[in-house]
Design a protein around this ligand. Sequence first.
Ligand code: SIN
Length: 296
Amino acid sequence: MPYNKIHVEPITGTIGAEISGVDLQNLSAETIAEIRSAFLEHVVIFFRDQPLDIPQLKTFTSHFGSFGIEPYVKTMTEHPEVIAVVKEADEVNTINFGGHWHSDWSFQEAPPMATILHSQDIPPYGGDTVFANMYLAYETLSDGMKAIIDPLIAIHSARRPYGTGKSILGNSKRKSMTILHSEDAHAEMEHPVVRIHPETGRKALFVNPVYTTRLKGMSETDSREILDKLFHHSVREIFTCRFRWRVNSLAMWDNRAAMHLALNDYDGFRRALNRTTVAGDRPFGSAMRGQQEHVA
Ligand code: SIN
């Protein structure tokens, strides 16, 4: 699509674009509309050289909707909408936050539509974030596989990272971030395996290895087999892009059509970013036809 207010440069042929010619502290309605179009078109968009303090990051976020709800991680005291994603230089051999493929808070009834991450301290190398295009993950499946998964419902839960058992995040007494483990994290939420994007109308795979625990109505073994196949397929290199952070970079991804993970290859250096989410709606898919009237 033509952009008049911003310059949009794709960084791969399948996902991700860098946007320039814009100051995120001063945005007209027309520029915001173009940013939203680029976000929908490229799934994840990146900006460079955007010094934003916390109120400015919140103002930028609010151009796209209301704030999402941030559970299980202690947010900034003065700013409950913001999580400081930090790993300190001396936190070596620890599991980093966001270090497994996931889409944010997919266990919520209405997971965030977007996540926004703004960088403060970046290691001299490493700590890149990788994104996968879940539209393409779906569209490139065989017709047979699509027919199998189109009607399926997946169960999502926060229990693996945030439950009271052994956590995939390792020791919760990390220095830099406070994880709030809870019985609540064991609750289960049903979402369609294939969701229809409410803005683009495209179908996207909506399962992820962190929060999707099983498929409804299937044995553990069948469920595992199908999910593992989907997870493996979703992160084929051709569907991904990798973002090298610099200080004052900002990434904004469509959480309805992307998975992401943060690489943990920078022991000995500090990495710090501020994160907000934009509230989304309840995922709807072909598995839920007939329930459409109940979906916002
Ligand atoms: C996240 O999963 O939201 C964090 C990603 C990152 O730190 O790059």
